[in-house]
Design a protein around this ligand. Structure first.
Ligand code: ZN
Length: 269
């Protein structure tokens, strides 16, 4: 919690009773569940920005079965390879319901781990994993973390603001960026769409010094209907299922899926 910065004036936040305060007297309460809401001017169009509750619940159930642990393990391996010490400060950007974040804390237990997401519902769910992660509702375009204070920022399947990454990372800090390749969950796309549009290159290169980059591909067997449906519901594809394809869901049992991702580690310097 020691690296928190006021989203309004970017001064350090100090804990006073159960309130976080900056020197300009901007105050933020710690919620009953233990997260801190540092989101300014929430989007007026929706009270709950981010993923829907239904999608988050499905996501949590699916991830907790360990099907995506190979992805988490890639991130852990990258951090282990580049870390300079054991007591790291790590931010999981766009952490959602927090599965990967809690996995990072479990592995790097001497580290100060932060999970940030714009969705209050997601962060509220994340607090149930563990209390020794600092769970933050906030905007990745205005990361509520002190300048040059983080060793690692992890960004898994999430949009990043490069200026903010640069500001929040230490001079010798790293970004671990995970993006989906074309074959990622191809089986789900085949199930739902008549025609699969292959995007030319979904991989968005960041404007930093690339120190490692590789593709990781693995087949995963989903053994039952419940897990397969949860996977469907946590992807945007679920909401694009045409009426005539709905029958597919009724007969869906297990499923073999492909994890196809690109893992890139960037250094600031
Ligand atoms: Zn302030």
């Amino acid at each position: 919690m020691k690296l928190l910065a006021c989203p309004k004036c970017h001064q350090q936040l100090h804990l006073e009773n159960k309130t976080l305060k900056c020197e300009n007297n901007h105050c933020y309460d710690i919620s009953k569940r233990g997260y801190i809401n540092l989101l300014l001017n929430p989007d007026k169009a929706t009270n709950n920005p981010g993923d829907s509750k239904e999608s988050l619940v499905a996501r949590k159930a699916y991830l907790n079965k360990g099907y995506y642990d190979p992805i988490l393990n890639q991130v852990i391996t990258c951090i282990d390879e580049f870390k300079h010490q054991d007591d790291l400060s790590i931010l999981d950007l766009g952490c959602g319901e927090g599965y990967y974040t809690q996995g990072l804390k479990k592995h790097f237990e001497n580290s100060d781990v932060y999970g940030l997401d714009i969705s209050k519902i997601a962060i509220d769910m994340a607090t149930r994993y563990r209390k020794d992660v600092t769970w933050l509702v906030g905007n990745s375009k205005n990361i509520p973390i002190l300048d040059h204070s983080l060793d690692f920022i992890c960004a898994l399947f999430t949009v990043v603001n490069q200026d903010e990454l640069k500001r929040a990372l230490k001079e010798d800090g790293y970004i671990v960026h995970v993006t989906a390749n074309n074959q990622h969950l191809i089986e789900i796309k085949e199930l739902i769409y008549d025609e699969i549009k292959v995007k030319s290159d979904k991989y968005i290169r960041l404007d930093f010094n690339q120190v490692k980059s590789y593709d990781f591909k693995e087949k995963v067997h989903i053994s039952n209907r419940e897990d397969a449906l949860n996977l469907l519901m946590m992807t945007p594809h679920y909401y694009h299922i045409k009426k005539e394809k709905r029958g597919v869901l009724d007969t869906l049992q297990g499923l073999d899926i492909t994890i196809d991702i690109k893992v890139t580690v960037y250094a600031l310097s």
